[in-house]
Ligand binder design. Structure first.
Ligand code: MN
Length: 740
């Protein structure tokens, strides 16, 4: 983007913005302060003339939200999206294109992600209808947010910051609205913050909602916390001083030590759930020590245990064995100076940030500032996002229902870089590839799922990491259509297969058929002659000839197996009709007779279409009698090398039947020639069973014709006559029939 971020020079930077930018500069030197200042400037312009319920200018709200986002150490785009988060909802003149043009697609996607769905225009509604409509809209909005979050969790960070500021300024709203928003906060937003591991925000949201929903209890608990405070803080200060002194004696390093705040709502919750008194919960002293490195953690633990007597069974090493959500710390409990127990947590700066900011901290560190390896990071993110059902912390039924619903229709998987891709349930690596990029789908040859090679038809599970293997000259396979799940992929594949020419379809169909015949141990040549395929075509409305049939197979519109079965049926019939019988002569040679008893069945091989008079050889098949091949047939030559014992000498006198033979005629003029050929064939009473004409160059034609002839004499008579025409360049007898 080459935007100039020009701001009118009479504009003054507000103090709050200035303060935020100062913090940002101190946080990281790569922050684009100019761009963020410009985003504020635009937001201020767009929200001009709008006010909040409290009476202050609207822009204070997005700025406060951006500030919370900055405190969470989010990136420039998230800060900008926070500044612009209400623009699409509240400023009808602002178009999405304007946002993407000035700030990029990522910012726009985040702003759209946090924008509420518009409620349908409502006419007169009863109170009940209003409640239902409101609930439906909330559920829909939540679905949309969860989807947006699964794609980019930064959306959720903004949404939570937005909610936090709204809760902080809830006082200016009418009481019924306060109650509704506070309830929603406890139901949806606090559990979501917990889900993302952003505990700091969860606690703030809960305490704010608690204050609104249970004002009496809130007052009671906060007063009791305040009154026990002097005594407690004296004990805490003593402990802190004692530990600090020991650290100095040892020359050990420490970043921070302080008392751990107890959260009012969690005290209240424990009192209600465990039915215990305030003192039993609040009695406990809690300390946290922050150090630089993992080694420092264990050094600190040693020092603490030297200072105070540890309670043996209450030590937990969550560094060696992190909690499933990635939480790491050392936990110990010791007996303090005045005899009361002190809970102590010891962790590094990075561990602390993860404990407080959750997913957000993982994100912050993804540029490699921290040695949390990629796999772990992905694992944690996966855990946070997808394992909803098993989550005991997720107390809200509403959230559970919506999310279970959502995740039962979609599957969320990851690219190796950690981008989230959503797909319909039961999608495969092929769907994934086409979803990421059409070209990746078109050239796909394999896939690794979570590091292991897997078939392309594997159904993907939530949280799988998919790595595609592509080859630039690869093409999609027809059988993908059998298992792909998404409509998008299906239509891409269909489009691709349609685009191939019919010839290629037929070619693929032919290969598929041949493969299937071979699978059954049959010789495809025997079954796939033009005449057999034509018989199949005759039974279908949508196919005229053999090519149509093959193309349909190639397109996947006809099942290969069905056609193979049909052809096997057809060819058996043909055999019966073509059946010739042989007897052994005295010399031990086989000769053909038209009828006889106890004779061997002899068939004419389709590959070379022998006729009486040809030099032929018999091939003894496995279970299908004897096949007659011409001696020049490539198959016969192959048998002569591979299985000479199966070849038997053979003679074949004319038997009164006619046999189809293919001829290929090259000529310079086709119209006149066709007439002449027809005449010759007519005179000799020769039947034509197939004819095809193809123009090769401007004046050259290739004529493929199948004629039914009695024997070699009959055939050579025809060929001589035809070659006598001056237009004819060449005439060739083909092996087999015309097949294309
Ligand atoms: Mn807002």
């Amino acid at each position: 983007m080459t935007a100039a971020y020009d701001i009118s020079h009479d504009w003054e930077e507000p103090e709050d913005l200035h303060a935020m930018l100062q913090i940002l500069r101190a946080q990281r030197d790569d922050a684009n302060v100019r761009r963020i200042r410009y985003a504020f400037f635009r937001a201020e312009q767009w929200h001009a003339g709008q006010y909040r319920q409290s009476g202050e200018a609207y822009i204070h709200h997005p700025l406060a939200v951006a500030r919370i986002v900055v405190d969470m150490r989010m990136d420039d785009d998230t800060i900008i999206a926070a500044l612009l988060h209400d623009v699409l909802e509240d400023c009808p003149d602002v178009k999405p294109e304007t946002i993407s043009k000035e700030f990029g697609e990522d910012v726009l996607a985040m702003v759209e992600g946090v924008t509420k769905l518009r409620s349908a225009p409502q006419g007169e509604m009863t109170r009940r209808q209003q409640v239902i409509a409101e609930n439906t809209r909330t559920a829909e909005t939540l679905r949309k947010m969860l989807l947006a979050m699964a794609k980019d969790f930064r959306v959720m960070v903004i949404k939570l910051a937005d909610r936090l500021h709204n809760m902080q300024t809830l006082g200016s709203l009418p009481p019924p609205k306060q109650t509704r928003i506070a309830n929603e906060t406890l139901d949806i937003y606090a559990p979501l913050a917990a889900r993302l591991g952003i505990w700091q925000m969860k606690w703030q949201l809960e305490d704010l909602a608690f204050q609104v929903l249970h004002p009496v209890e809130f007052k009671d608990i906060s007063e009791r916390v305040a009154t026990t405070h002097p005594q407690r803080s004296r004990e805490l200060d003593e402990a802190i001083l004692a530990i600090k002194t020991k650290f100095e004696e040892r020359g050990a390093k420490m970043v921070d030590i302080r008392g751990r705040p107890k959260h009012l709502y969690s005290i209240f919750n424990k009192m209600v759930k465990q039915n215990v008194g305030f003192e039993q919960i609040y009695d406990l002293l809690a300390l946290r020590i922050i150090v630089e490195t993992v080694t420092d953690c264990y050094v600190a633990l040693g020092i603490v245990h030297e200072t105070y007597m540890p309670i043996p069974s209450l030590f937990y090493d969550y560094i060696a064995k992190p909690k499933p959500n990635g939480y790491q710390s050392l936990h110990t409990k010791v007996i303090g100076g005045s005899g009361s127990p002190i809970e102590i947590q010891i962790r590094t700066v990075a561990m602390h940030e993860i404990a407080e900011f959750g997913v957000a901290a993982h994100w912050t560190y993804k540029e490699g500032k921290m040695a949390l390896d990629e796999t772990r990071r992905l694992g944690v993110l996966r855990e946070q996002l997808f394992d909803w059902n098993s989550d005991q912390r997720l107390s809200s039924d509403f959230l559970r229902t919506v999310s279970t619903d959502l995740f039962s229709e979609q599957t969320f998987v990851f690219t190796p870089k950690g981008d989230v891709i959503d797909l319909p349930k039961d999608s495969t690596p092929v769907d994934f590839a086409f979803r990421v990029h059409t070209q990746l789908g078109m050239t796909l040859v394999g896939a690794r799922i979570n590091g292991h090679m897997a078939p392309l038809s594997t159904k993907l599970n939530n949280g799988d990491v998919i790595e595609l293997i592509n080859r630039s000259n690869a093409t999609p396979s027809m059988d993908w259509l059998e298992f792909v799940k998404s409509a998008h992929t299906r239509s891409k594949l269909r489009g691709y297969f349609r685009k191939l020419t019919k010839f290629e379809d037929a070619q693929r169909g032919r290969e598929a058929l041949e493969k299937e015949f071979r699978y059954f141990g049959l010789d495809p040549k025997h079954f796939m002659g033009e005449d057999h395929l034509q018989k199949i075509a005759d039974t279908m409305d949508s196919a005229e000839n053999a090519t149509d049939v093959l193309a349909k197979i190639g397109l996947g519109q006809l099942s290969v197996r069905t056609i193979v079965n049909k052809l096997r049926g057809t060819v058996v019939e043909t055999h019966t009709a073509d059946r010739i019988e042989v007897t052994k002569t005295k010399e031990g040679k086989l000769t053909l007779v038209t009828s006889g008893i106890d004779n061997v069945m002899v068939n004419r091989a389709k590959c070379c279409s022998a006729i009486p008079g040809d030099e032929v050889v018999g091939y003894v098949t496995r279970g299908r009698g004897i096949m007659i091949h011409r001696k020049v047939c490539p198959n016969a030559l192959a048998y002569a090398t591979a299985e000479p014992e199966r070849l038997i000498p053979y003679t074949w006198p004319p038997d009164g039947n006619v046999y189809a033979v293919g001829l290929k005629i090259m000529s310079v003029n086709r119209t006149g020639l066709l007439m002449d050929i027809s005449t010759i064939l007519g005179e000799s009473k020769t039947n034509v069973s197939a004819l095809k004409v193809k123009t090769i160059q401007n004046h050259t034609a290739e004529i493929d014709v199948t004629v039914d002839v009695k024997d070699t004499e009959h055939l050579s008579h025809l060929m001589t006559k035809i070659s006598n025409f001056s237009d004819v360049i060449s005439i060739l007898r083909m092996f087999g029939r015309i097949t294309k």
